[in-house]
Design a protein around this ligand. Structure first.
Ligand SMILES: *Cc1c(COP(=O)(O)O)cnc(C)c1O
Length: 227
């Protein structure tokens, strides 16, 4: 696993350098859904600092088992409103906010805990019926509405584009997310920074970096194929 992580870090560095970006502006999120806590611990010992989880219950157990580690936990799965309170308890960044109702619930739960919850807006760049995320056309309005919530801070955008074996086919979706981020940035919404772009996985993270990714979410290339 250490070799895998070093290899990914090297590939991130090379991808950054080939498009004149500073490698330290790209952060690796190690996606550990279905991976047992002891293997996640090994990944942290091998140099990972951010852990991504998709399911609340699974994450709760793992976060408890690994509470001695100095890491960031990111929620990257679909979040139901009735689980928002757990997400606020557990996660430094929630990548998957796609409605004002969910954002309001997160705000309410964060207020109760005296927390400012960092979030990303998930955009369904491929307009796939099976995927979560707000449509591109509605994202600016959602960011504006969310900006009014006192206990939620929008940090950027996330996408899970359609799956293609060839990374070049995914590039337009990554580009669309970056262009949308730039448009929202230009709107200069008070309190909104919009620097983060969460995009790119095992099969396509170098393309995502070329299109501006600041958070790449990688599971398989670290831990191997999931069961
Ligand atoms: C599982 C998952 C990943 C990681 O995918 P790999 O192909 O294993 O790198 C990234 N993002 C999300 C939202 C995921 O659910």
């Amino acid at each position: 696993m250490k070799a895998n992580i070093e290899e990914i870090q090297r590939r991130i560095q090379n991808a950054a350098e080939s498009c004149d970006r500073r490698p330290e502006t790209i952060r690796l999120v190690a996606v550990s859904k279905t991976i047992a806590a002891d293997r996640v611990r090994a990944a942290v010992e091998a140099g990972v600092h951010i852990l991504g989880e998709n399911y609340i219950q699974e994450a709760r157990d793992k976060i408890e088992a690994l509470s001695d580690l100095d890491v960031e936990w990111h929620f990257i799965g679909h979040l139901q409103r009735n689980k928002a309170k757990y997400a606020v308890d557990l996660f430094d960044l929630i990548h998957s906010v796609d409605s004002i109702r969910l954002a309001r619930e997160i705000d309410k739960q964060a207020a109760k805990r005296g927390k400012q919850q960092n979030i990303l807006i998930q955009v369904n760049t491929g307009k796939e019926a099976t995927k979560s995320g707000i449509d591109e056309e509605d994202a600016l309005a959602l960011v504006r509405d969310t900006a009014r919530l006192e206990h939620v801070a929008v940090k950027g955008l996330m996408t899970l584009p359609p799956y293609f074996y060839a990374p070049e086919k995914v590039r337009p979706y990554f580009r669309a997310l970056r262009q949308l981020r730039d448009r929202i940035h230009e709107a200069q919404i008070p309190g909104i920074a919009m620097e983060a772009l969460s995009m790119g996985m095992t099969g396509d993270f170098e393309t995502a970096i070329a299109e501006g990714a600041t958070l790449v979410r990688i599971g398989t290339a670290i831990y191997g194929e999931r069961a």
